[in-house]
Design a protein around this ligand. Structure first.
Ligand code: NA7
Length: 549
């Protein structure tokens, strides 16, 4: 690799006037690997433009109390390099945010990536120039760069959603969004804290904030399922198992629907007796984690099957939470289990047994306004607060792309093409936007998959595609409109074959953002199946894409 590095460093330094072969937006898991592939394997001149002052993407911004990954650490990493795998050891079953940043910095240093990453550089616009076949990229600081290939590695959950509640600007205390958390932390000691939102984030943050806050009020709009994470330090025996068996683990990750290192059991809920089912759910609950979903194969396909898991979890909530009214509020869940992204937790429901934690149902009595001193609900009740924490999620999947002014051929704006919801081919390319690739874009498995698995597949497909173009002397690639139409149909059909669209308030559907078009965004047909489709498309000479010289 050293020889390649020297050669490419020279190339990059020679790149005149900010002109590159490829520009990558974002230095998270995707952007880092894409840089390595294009620069070190294909020998392109490449720059990564990153808004943050450090690398890490999602994990650069999400530093809220309790922030850790829901994927198990041994599967939440790159798998392309044996050297990286053998030199890194995770310490806990689920990595906490600082450990993930340390990991990504380790990778970036090991692959000497940082010299080609411009930090503190937010991309404002990217316009395609048909005459020169180049993307002209403008940063918020007004700098201009250009490249033949533009790769948006902007992440799926990187545009914080701060609800527009009247009066927020009047609030005399402090408020924070979990996805834009201050790097030096927040002191909750002695404070009355209000936390809005009970998705994965609110569920992770609640028990940790409760430990130090004088009082914590959790504002719940939609009650949520959660299964214990059972986080723990990894034993040396497990670490050795991961090192020795990584090829098998990787094979499992690549062979499953969701890219995790566990297999979904090939049995129906109704193949077993009620007692056996209860015992299997209990064993899965004791084991903990996202694997609970894998207890039966039909949990996301059959509502009656799903009801059995839903009832099991609701009974658990009622058994954990001592105050009956609070338990009922928490267990009053209106959607199938795992139809929204299923959280896992460390003592979330238990936190409501503390004297300093209260739950407020803002579905029954919505938040109406924020005053100088707290939150007021429609009934006129005021909750005095010193700190408000918005765990209110993200303008997911399309938000990070649409906040950039992206224009393709003839000035075509991406926001217009996507006015009724995202449309693309394989989640990778939009017709009218030549040589623009999106990593884990809408229309790909992305958030329904263990992210690094989805990312590696996309990054490698994009790199192979560019290598193919260079080998054949081709200059442009662009999704054909009819391929895009067909794929949008497949994304809808895949979602409709599951219970996922039944959670009508889910961010998978864009329903968490007022005014956002409702469309099921990720591809629900499974990662392994999707990988086969992408491989097949490439093997057929990039079927569905128009390639030209
Ligand atoms: P989520 O899963 O989008 O959760 C956001 C939560 O905030 C959810 O409970 C929302 O209720 C609630 N919310 C949003 N806006 C409001 C307003 N205006 N008032 C009251 N409550 C509100 O985001 P997370 O950060 O928890 O998780 C995102 C992903 O990160 C997660 O799925 C993992 O993949 C990692 P709602 O359900 O919309 O009624």
């Amino acid at each position: 690799m050293a020889a390649v590095e020297t050669e490419t460093r020279d190339k990059v330094e020679m790149a005149p006037n900010n002109e590159f072969d490829a520009l990558i937006i974002g230095a998270g898991f995707s952007g880092l690997y894409q840089l390595h592939k294009l620069r070190d394997e294909l020998g392109l001149s490449v720059k990564v433009l990153e808004a943050g002052d450090g690398i890490g993407g999602t994990w650069y911004w999400n530093r809220y109390p309790g922030a850790r990954c829901d994927s198990e650490s041994h599967s939440y990493c790159y798998t392309f390099s044996k050297a990286l795998l053998s030199e890194w050891k995770w310490t806990e079953r689920y990595p906490e945010h600082p450990e993930i940043r340390r990991y990504l910095n380790f990778v970036a240093d090991k692959l000497d990536l940082k010299r080609d990453i411009r930090l503190g550089t937010r991309v404002a616009a990217a316009h395609y120039d048909d005459t020169s076949n180049r993307w002209r990229v403008t940063t918020e600081a007004g700098e201009e760069l250009s490249a033949k290939y533009l790769i948006a590695a902007v992440g799926c959950l990187s545009t914080a959603n701060v609800p527009k509640i009247p009066g927020l600007d009047q609030f005399k205390g402090q408020w924070y969004h979990t996805g834009l958390w201050p790097h030096d932390g927040v002191e909750f000691k002695g404070k009355r804290v209000g936390l809005v939102g009970t998705g994965s984030t609110g569920i992770q943050a609640t028990p940790v904030i409760a430990e130090t806050a004088r009082h914590l009020t959790v504002f719940q709009r939609t009650a949520n399922y959660s299964v214990p994470a059972h986080n723990a330090p990894l034993t040396p025996a497990f670490q050795s198992y991961v090192t020795e068996k990584f090829d098998d683990i990787r094979r499992t990750m690549h062979g499953t629907t969701n890219g995790h290192a566990f297999v979904i059991e090939d049995r129906s809920v109704f193949d077993v007796s009620a007692e056996q089912r209860q015992a299997l759910y209990e064993a899965a609950w004791q084991k903990g984690g996202l694997q609970f979903r894998a207890t039966f194969r039909d949990l996301l396909a059959d509502k009656q099957a799903n009801d059995t898991a839903a009832e099991f979890i609701k009974a658990k909530i009622r058994s954990i939470v001592k105050d009956k009214a609070t338990a009922e509020m928490l267990a009053d869940i209106d959607h199938p289990y795992a139809a929204k992204r299923p959280p896992i937790d460390s003592f979330y429901f238990e936190a409501f047994n503390r004297d300093n934690v209260a739950l407020v149902d803002v579905r029954a009595d919505p938040i109406e306004a924020i005053t100088a001193s707290g939150i007021v609900t429609r009934s006129g009740k005021e909750y005095p607060l010193d700190i408000i924490v918005f765990a209110t999620g993200f303008d997911a999947m399309t938000g990070p792309l649409l906040r950039i002014d992206i224009r393709g051929r003839d000035g075509l704006a991406l926001k217009d093409v996507w006015a009724a919801g995202p449309r693309n081919y394989l989640g990778l390319q939009v017709s009218g936007f030549p040589n623009l690739f999106t990593v884990t874009g809408p229309g790909s498995p992305s958030v329904l998959c263990n992210m690094p698995v989805a990312i590696e597949q996309h990054v490698e497909w994009i790199a192979d595609c560019i290598a193919h173009m260079r080998a054949k002397g081709l200059e442009r690639i662009e999704a054909k409109p009819e391929a895009m139409d067909r794929w949008v149909g497949e994304v809808n059909a895949a979602a409709n074959a599951t219970l996922l669209p039944q959670a009508h308030h889910s961010w998978y559907l864009g329903a968490n953002i007022p005014g956002k078009p409702r469309m099921f965004m990720p591809y629900a047909g499974g990662m392994a199946h999707y990988r086969r489709i992408c491989n097949d498309v490439a093997a057929k000479g990039y079927e569905g894409f128009a390639l030209s010289g």
